[in-house]
Design a protein around this ligand. Structure first.
Ligand SMILES: Cc1ncc(COP(=O)(O)O)c(C=O)c1O
Length: 461
C-alpha cells in the first residue's frame, strides 16, 4: 500500500496507541534497556547523562541536540569485541559517522565499514588505519575506488560486474592487488521477528545467489587473478532479533563457498555475515547480548561448515545500529501542546522529521520522556510531533507523558544514535542539530549545529 502523500501516518485518527502500550505506574521511571547506560534522573528529577543534567546541556548547546553517552558507546564496542572474540567487528559507519566517533571505535579496536567517498574521507581524516576499513556500496565511482586504492583500504566489497571490471582496470594500472569480498544476495530478508526466505532477490545490492551471478563473479575474480578474493559477504536486513535468518543465509552462502571450492579448488578464507542486530526502541524490544549473538552465529557457521566439509573461515560482522543506536538520545524543547477534539494530544517539539526521518520513513516506533523535571501528573497518551510542514512529521507516534507537559519543557527521545543524524535533512530549511558527547560530567561538541549561514552559503544564486 502506498503511503498518503501528506505522510505515512496522516489521518491515523482515533488511535489509542498500540495494545501493548499501557499507562506507566510511574511516568518518570526510565526503562533501562531504552537509555544509554549512564543516564539517570538526578535528585531533582532532571534527566542526567554521566552526571550532567540535560538542562545544562540545553542551556549550553541549545535544542534540538543529539546527546551521546561516550562511555556507553565505548562499552558497546567492547561488548562486541569480547563477545565476538576472534571475529573482526566492523562498525557500520552509515549508522552515524563523525571524526570523534571514528576515533572512539578505533580506540576500542573495531574496524570500520564505509560506503561512500564522504564516509571514507571522514574515516581517513580521523586517522582510522586504512587496513581496518572495508568499503561497501553498490555504485562506487572510479574516483571513490581510486581513493580507496590509494589509501590502501583493507577490503573492498564488490557489488556488480561493472565494479569488478572498474576495479580490475584500476588495480592493473596501479600494479596493486586489492583484497576484495563478493556481496552475495542470498534470498533472505530479515526484519525484527520475521524473516522471509525466497528463491530470488529483487534488490539493488550484491550478486544474486539463486541466479548464479554470485558464483560467476567469484569465478571471474579468481580466474583473472588481479584482485585478491578473500571471501563472501552477506547482509540480510536490519533490526533483527531472530537468528534463524542468519541460519538460512549462512547455509546458502557456505553452499556457494563449497561450490567455489569444488569448481576452482580454492577455499575462501573469510566470511562476513553483515550487521542488522536489533536494539530496543520501545519496551517491546528485547535484544540479545553480543555474547549470545556470537554464540548463535558461531554455532550456525560451524555446523554449516561441517555439513559442507569446509574449514571455518575467519569471520567478520558489521553492526551499526547495535553500537551507536542506544548510546544517544535526542533532546527537544516543547513548543506547543494541543489537544485535538479529545482525540489526541499533540506535543510539538523544535525538531522533527529533519532530525529523525525513521518514523515517517519506516513507521518506526520510539519512546520519550519528560526530561527537564519529574512530574506528579497523571500519564497522558501523547504524540510527539515536529515543526515541519508535513502531517506525517511525527517523532514518537504514541507515548505516555505527564499530563502537565507544557511549552518550555524538555523531552528526550532515546535510541536515536543510528540513522537519525546520519539521515538528517534540511527540510523546510531547518539547520541540522549538533551532536554533543558527554563523559565524566563534561560535555564536548563533536558535530556543531548547522546555521542559517551554512544553509545560505550553499545558495549561490
Ligand atoms: C552491508 C551492510 N552492513 C552493515 C549494515 C549495518 O546494519 P545495522 O546498522 O542494522 O547493524 C548495513 C545497513 O544497511 C549494510 O547495508
Amino acid at each position: 500500500m502506498r503511503a498518503h502523500e501528506a505522510g505515512a501516518l496522516h489521518g491515523d485518527i482515533g488511535s489509542r496507541g498500540p495494545a501493548w502500550l499501557r499507562p506507566p505506574v510511574d511516568v518518570n521511571a526510565l526503562v533501562p534497556q531504552l537509555w544509554p547506560r549512564n543516564v539517570t534522573r538526578d535528585g531533582d528529577g532532571v534527566l542526567a547523562v554521566a552526571g550532567l543534567g540535560v538542562r545544562d546541556i540545553a542551556a549550553e548547546f541549545g535544542t534540538p541536540v543529539y546527546v551521546l553517552d561516550e562511555d556507553d558507546l565505548r562499552s558497546r564496542c567492547r561488548d562486541f569485541r569480547t563477545g565476538f572474540d576472534g571475529v573482526d567487528v566492523y562498525y557500520a559507519g552509515k549508522a552515524f559517522l563523525c571524526r570523534a566517533v571514528v576515533r572512539m571505535i578505533s580506540d576500542e579496536g573495531l574496524h570500520l565499514d564505509v560506503c561512500t567517498g564522504g564516509e571514507l574521507a571522514t574515516a581517513l581524516s580521523a586517522g582510522m588505519p586504512p587496513e581496518r576499513i572495508g568499503f561497501h556500496g553498490n555504485n562506487k565511482s572510479v574516483a571513490e575506488l581510486t581513493r580507496a586504492l590509494d589509501a590502501g583500504v583493507g577490503r573492498i566489497i564488490l557489488d556488480s560486474f561493472d565494479e569488478i571490471d572498474r576495479l580490475t582496470a584500476l588495480a592493473r594500472e596501479r600494479g596493486v592487488r586489492p583484497r576484495v569480498m563478493i556481496r552475495v544476495t542470498v534470498g533472505v530478508e530479515a526484519h525484527t521477528h520475521e524473516f522471509i526466505a525466497t528463491a530470488h532477490e529483487d534488490q539493488k545490492f550484491g550478486f544474486s545467489l539463486a541466479g548464479g551471478a554470485a558464483a560467476d563473479a567469484a569465478f571471474q575474480v579468481l580466474d583473472e587473478g588481479v584482485l585478491e578474493l578473500r571471501g563472501l559477504h552477506s547482509h540480510i536486513g536490519s533490526q533483527i532479533f531472530d537468528a534463524s535468518g542468519f541460519e538460512v543465509s549462512a547455509r546458502r552462502v557456505l553452499g556457494l563457498q563449497s561450490q567455489i571450492r569444488d569448481a576452482r579448488g580454492v577455499e575462501l578464507p573469510e566470511l562476513d555475515l553483515g550487521g542488522g542486530f536489533g536494539i530496543a526502541y520501545t519496551t517491546q524490544d528485547d535484544p540479545a547480548t553480543p555474547q549470545d549473538l556470537a554464540k548463535r552465529l558461531r554455532r550456525i557457521v560451524e555446523s554449516e561448515c561441517a555439513a559442507e566439509r569446509l574449514a571455518v573461515p575467519h569471520l567478520s560482522i558489521e553492526p551499526g545500529r547495535a553500537i551507536v543506536g542506544p548510546a544517544m538520545f535526542t533532546l527537544y524543547e516543547v513548543g506547543t501542546v494541543k489537544d485535538v477534539d479529545g482525540i489526541r494530544t499533540y506535543v510539538s517539539v523544535d525538531g522533527g522529521m529533519s532530525d529523525n526521518i525513521r518514523t515517517a520513513l519506516y513507521d518506526a516506533s520510539y519512546s520519550a520522556t519528560l526530561a527537564s523535571r519529574a512530574s506528579t501528573a497523571e500519564p497522558l497518551l501523547a504524540r510527539v510531533v515536529g515543526k515541519h510542514c508535513e502531517s506525517g512529521d511525527i517523532v514518537v507516534k504514541d507515548e505516555f507523558l505527564p499530563a502537565d507537559v507544557q511549552p518550555g519543557d524538555l523531552v528526550a527521545v532515546p535510541g536515536t544514535g543510528a540513522y537519525c543524524r546520519s539521515m538528517a535533512s534540511n527540510y523546510n530549511h531547518v539547520p541540522r542539530p549538533p551532536v554533543v558527547a558527554v563523559r565524566g560530567g563534561q560535555a564536548r561538541l563533536i558535530v556543531r549545529r548547522e546555521t542559517e549561514e551554512d544553509l545560505l552559503a550553499l545558495d549561490v544564486g
